[in-house]
Design a protein around this ligand. Structure first.
Ligand SMILES: [Zn+2]
Length: 460
């Protein structure tokens, strides 16, 4: 009996495409959508991209083009700390893909479905070669995608998985449909139907990804409860809730960023994507942050609601002062006669050593809560360091997660564009957290316990 291999739980299908796959897609494309890529590349990198010329050289059989294309495509260490640079590189995939066109123009649908099938297949091949025995893939259609194309697209991927499993192929492949944060309901209808179909065996979760700013977890309360309803009625086709949170939080205080992670777990997310805010060293951030009055108001209410727990963890909660602040914020949050929000609509938060120490204590409280809710944190080291804006690896929260016994799984997020593998990510995690070889193996094996079908009770 061969080993079951690694379980990879946080992946985005197109983020798994390697530079070789993307180069092949571009070389075969009739008309690559260069306008989706070249202007943004030039704006961000300050020079024109050599991609078009490299694709031409590759088409003419120039073998050296592959290595140069890889250099251009991979979002490496030199690019770290800028989401704009990540997006500019990711746009190469958009140039190669017809999915963007198919969203609005039906004549491109068949080509888009063929592309999805082909992408699903090549990614499975890569995973098998890298020792992955189980892979949970996510796929996101933007919120403007019509429901019937979402249905066809998810079906196309699930059909590839069904054929693959019928042949006894490895890895075991699972799909989580990423739902648009702004309005998940149309896509949820499709997902629910598919989950109950023959193809539903491989559809094991829903996910929330892409821009998190402006979308507090509380917005998804009704959706989470609809998923729980579905699960109660269809335990053999139950779906996990995967939720990217606490990865990017430019628009709010560190306190609010910690709170969002806590709230996502409280609302019932099974796994939390990244959740850097939950344990990151507060010293990684600048002295001044701003957040909306509405966000500050939610934070004050949270502090009052959790006063006892926060105090037990060493956070001073001044209840009368918070009650007064709530009145002041309510006064600020009113609308004027024309329905405009009265200025100022933002509050400023200044961090000194005392306040940073307090954030540290809040994180311990929230970590205990996440643990109590049974939520699992998905740690994707390369992604966190390169797009999460953590320039100093010593600020990374993994060590604290392990110390506080937060359930964690190591994953690779977008291994293609990062030029990484799950083994690389596990090696980084072990080195960073000072794990022994046995602890490294236990961390890797533990991922099997946190598969969606296990967390939802489908697989007993
Ligand atoms: Zn992700």
């Amino acid at each position: 009996m061969s080993s079951p291999g690694l379980a990879e739980l946080h992946l985005h299908l197109y983020g798994c495409l390697t530079s070789d796959h993307v180069l092949d897609m571009l070389a075969l494309a009739e008309r690559p959508a260069w306008d989706r890529y070249e202007p943004s590349y030039e704006r961000v990198f300050g020079r024109p991209s050599p991609a078009r010329a490299l694709v031409e050289r590759h088409r003419r059989g120039d073998a050296s083009a592959r290595a140069e294309f890889r250099e251009l495509f991979v979002f490496g260490e030199a690019d770290a700390g800028s989401f704009a640079r990540f997006q500019a590189k990711f746009d190469l995939i958009a140039a190669a893909s017809v999915i963007g066109l198919a969203v609005h123009e039906e004549e491109h649908r068949a080509a888009a479905l063929a592309e999805l099938r082909q992408s699903a297949r090549v990614v499975l091949d890569d995973q098998r070669r890298h020792g992955v025995g189980y892979a949970e893939q996510r796929f996101f259609f933007g919120h403007r995608t019509p429901a019937e194309f979402v249905d066809e697209g998810l079906r196309a991927i699930l059909e590839v998985y069904a054929e693959h499993h019928a042949r006894g192929g490895r890895p075991i492949a699972r799909l989580a449909a990423s739902l648009p944060r702004s309005n998940p309901w149309h896509h949820w209808e499709v997902v629910q139907r598919l989950a109950l179909s023959d193809l539903g065996v491989a559809l094991t979760g829903v996910d929330f990804c892409f821009i998190e700013e402006g979308h507090p977890p509380k917005e998804q309360r009704a959706l989470f409860s609809a998923v729980r309803d579905h699960n109660a009625r269809n335990p053999e086709r139950a779906l996990s809730i995967l939720y990217h949170v606490g990865e990017s939080f430019e628009d709010k205080s560190l306190e609010s960023a910690v709170r969002w992670v806590h709230e996502a777990a409280e609302l019932g997310a099974h796994r939390l994507g990244h959740a850097i805010a939950l344990g990151v060293d507060p010293a990684a951030y600048g002295e001044v942050r701003r957040e909306s009055v509405a966000e500050r108001r939610d934070q004050v209410l949270y502090d009052l609601r959790h006063a006892e727990g926060l105090e037990r963890h060493g956070v001073r909660v001044d209840r009368p002062a918070l009650a007064r602040e709530l009145d002041e914020l309510d006064a600020l949050d009113r609308l004027d006669a024309l329905g405009r929000r009265a200025p100022p609509d933002e509050v400023q938060v200044v961090y000194d050593d005392r306040r940073r120490a307090e954030v540290h204590a809040r994180q311990r409280f929230a970590m205990a809560a996440v643990r109590a809710h049974g939520a699992v944190v998905e740690v994707c080291p390369t992604s966190n360091l390169r797009i999460g804006g953590l320039r100093d690896p010593s600020h990374h929260p993994l060590r604290r997660f392990l110390e506080e016994q937060v359930p964690v799984v190591i994953a690779s997020d977008d291994p293609g564009i990062f030029g990484t593998t799950l083994r690389d990510e596990l090696a980084w995690a072990a080195a960073h957290a000072g794990l022994s070889a046995e602890e490294h193996d236990a961390l890797a094996a533990g991922a099997w316990r946190y598969r969606s079908e296990r967390l939802t009770g489908r697989d007993r």
